[in-house]
Design a protein around this ligand. Structure first.
Ligand SMILES: NC(=O)c1ccc[n+]([C@@H]2O[C@H](COP(=O)([O-])OP(=O)(O)OC[C@H]3O[C@@H](n4cnc5c(N)ncnc54)[C@H](OP(=O)(O)O)[C@@H]3O)[C@@H](O)[C@H]2O)c1
Length: 384
């Protein structure tokens, strides 16, 4: 029995993780759950999975959960300390980290420090902190297993290989729903339109990030930090069919790829069962139905978020944290109807341009850069 805590259990990755766990009742036990404020959904999860500890970020929501659960023998916690307590909970072997955005950073770091194996969906923490999370994992002797389909594919391609023999990583991007839109069409996209992703059903933030290609940009920085490979060796290709999840080219010109259906349950299961592979009932990929498989160069002029992410990754230091924070503020503003779709990139660019980089930041420098970038981004919203 692997004992699992899920941070972000009420989200898209979190609920799909519980679906995977439900198919292997003899292998996994849920011991901890955490989310932000979705009281009723997390109550249902507690009734179904009987975790030992549960936390909600928002205190009134946690109070309401306690009231609805009555005396159920589960510890209900709140705030960041509560989430961190779930992350560190001694009864867990593996922590699946799927809180969206920068709030995922500290709980993931604390889970690493307490020696848990990490199944990592939340990319923002790795983007913000350079090699810090990876070095902490090395010091604590823990594995970080990528859940996101692209780094998971690369992780699988690299298994048993000599990482010094990699020529480049090739990350695939579906291109999102607007890849063929003109600039004037992009300017008038509404949040409702942007939330309809053609291939993946995901949380709101990552759906918008996929439409702007910022998600791919964050993955470039994530892969740079996670696999300790130079940014110049990471290439992005637009692959609308989303069947090739990513590739690794080795120095002899051989390219290894992971293909599969577009279902997050596949990489989630891989991370949960690693290093084993376990049979499941998910359908096979029908290659004849998927053809032709197309690959195109991304248009960095029309989708500048990817260009800014390459720049931030190349500069390093506190810049990726600044880009990440500016993007989080801009995406929320777009979803609330305060700025247009194209302004998301504009806000990120302006905030990056005004930042004085700290080249070798400590965690506190990263937190300060994050706060500075949020405040600066908010000021820039009114100018959009
Ligand atoms: N969705 C996918 O298919 C997918 C694929 C690859 C990678 N990822 C990555 O996985 C992460 C999660 O994505 P998602 O699509 O699952 O997001 P989502 O559906 O929006 O879910 C986010 C989860 O985080 C919780 N949360 C939000 N803010 C929080 C806070 N301050 N403290 C504690 N919990 C908080 C939410 O709780 P409430 O429900 O209570 O608000 C929810 O459980 C992202 O980093 C994303 O890039 C997602």
């Amino acid at each position: 029995m692997k004992r699992i805590s899920i941070l972000g259990s009420t989200g898209s990755v979190g609920t799909q993780t519980l679906e995977v766990i439900a198919t292997f009742p003899d292998r996994f036990q849920v011991v901890g759950l955490a989310g932000k404020s979705e009281v009723e959904l997390i109550r249902e999860q507690v009734e179904r999975w009987h975790p030992e500890v549960v936390a909600l970020m928002e205190t009134p929501a946690a109070d309401e959960l306690r009231r609805r659960l009555g005396r159920k023998g589960v510890k209900v916690l709140s705030g960041e300390e509560g989430i961190v307590e779930v992350a560190k909970y001694e009864g867990a072997d593996l922590v699946l980290s799927a809180i969206v955005g920068s709030p995922s950073l500290i709980p993931t770091l604390e889970a690493i420090r307490s020696g848990k194996t990490i199944a990592l969906a939340s990319k923002e923490g790795v983007v913000m902190t350079g090699r810090l999370l990876m070095e902490e994992a090395k010091r604590s002797g823990v594995d970080i297993l990528p859940v996101d389909s692209e780094p998971n594919a690369i992780f699988q391609c690299l298994r048993g290989e000599d990482e010094r023999k990699v020529r480049r990583l090739i990350l695939t991007a579906s291109g999102g729903p607007f890849y063929n839109f003109s600039e004037s069409q992009l300017a008038s996209i509404t949040p409702a339109q942007a939330l309809r992703h053609p291939t993946w059903k995901m949380g709101k933030k990552i759906t918008i990030d996929s439409a702007t290609l910022m998600n791919k940009g964050l993955e470039v920085i994530e892969a740079h930090n996670f696999f300790d490979i130079d940014i110049s060796q990471i290439e992005v290709v637009i692959h609308p069919q989303a069947k090739v999840h990513s590739m690794v080219e080795f120095v002899d010109g051989s390219i290894m790829a992971i293909l599969g259906i577009t279902d997050m349950k596949v990489p989630i299961q891989h991370a949960l069962t690693y290093p084993e592979r376990i049979a499941n009932k998910l359908p096979s990929l029908d290659l004849t139905e998927s053809s032709p498989l197309e690959f195109k160069k991304p248009d960095l002029e029309k989708f500048p978020c990817l260009k800014y992410a390459y720049e931030a990754g190349k500069v390093g230091g506190t810049m990726p944290a600044v880009l990440n924070a500016a993007n989080e503020v801009a995406v929320e503003a777009f979803l609330n109807g305060k700025i247009g779709f194209l302004d998301i990139a504009g806000v990120s660019r302006k905030v990056m341009a005004g930042h004085s980089i700290i080249r070798k930041p400590h965690l506190n420098d990263i937190k300060e850069a994050d706060t500075w970038a949020r405040e600066t981004a908010k000021r820039n919203l009114s100018r959009c």
